[in-house]
Design a protein around this ligand. Structure first.
Ligand code: MG
Length: 190
């Protein structure tokens, strides 16, 4: 089967890592409960920033976010390795800016993710991402972002949400931890 994965906040805990980094850089402590209640992807409102200031802040720490110690969600690497061993095709689709494609791919490989160069897509807008996902004729696709998931309508594709505070209004199947995937796959087989 063909499995497609978003990267940020699906396989790796980027926003929460950024939340910690912002506190460090700004010298401000924000209670984690506020982070876990956010109903939007962006985190800057927790620090009283406007969207413009938030955009600027995000870009100023991007290198650090992408290429240092961002934690991977537990079990994600092992699971994808297992899927690959079982003969499934693993695709990655990330909307990170295109200039980060090669380094992101290298970083993912360094973390142990099974990455085939020809199955790695980077630097697209949400609408284009939807188009690529549909064209690849994936069997499963995993993402956290409502703006992507809401537009995936091909009948034979099973879309699974990585549970996040800002996507709970959607009724798609969801997983909070990667160890929930195998039970979900076997349920779908029966
Ligand atoms: Mg994401």
């Amino acid at each position: 089967m063909k499995f497609g994965f978003d990267i940020d906040d699906t396989l790796i805990n980027l926003r929460e890592y950024a939340f910690g980094l912002y506190q460090e850089k700004l010298g401000r402590k924000v209670d984690a409960s506020h982070f876990h209640e956010l109903d939007r992807v962006e985190i800057h409102t927790l620090f009283g920033m406007t969207d413009e200031e938030g955009h600027h802040m995000w870009n100023s720490v991007l290198e650090e976010l992408y290429y240092t110690e961002c934690p991977i969600y537990p079990g994600a690497v092992e699971l994808l390795q297992k899927l690959e061993r079982q003969g499934h095709e693993i695709y990655y689709l990330t909307a990170r800016p295109g200039k980060h494609a090669e380094r992101t791919k290298t970083w993912m490989k360094q973390q142990g993710f099974p990455v085939a160069d020809s199955r790695f897509y980077c630097g697209m807008k949400d609408a284009e991402k939807v188009h690529i996902i549909e064209k690849l004729e994936l069997d499963y696709y995993f993402d956290d972002k409502p703006a992507v998931v809401e537009h995936l309508t091909r009948g034979s594709l099973t879309v699974v949400m990585k549970d996040q505070s800002y996507n709970r209004h959607l009724a798609h199947p969801r997983i909070a931890h990667w160890d929930e995937l195998e039970p979900l796959l076997s349920k779908n087989r029966n």
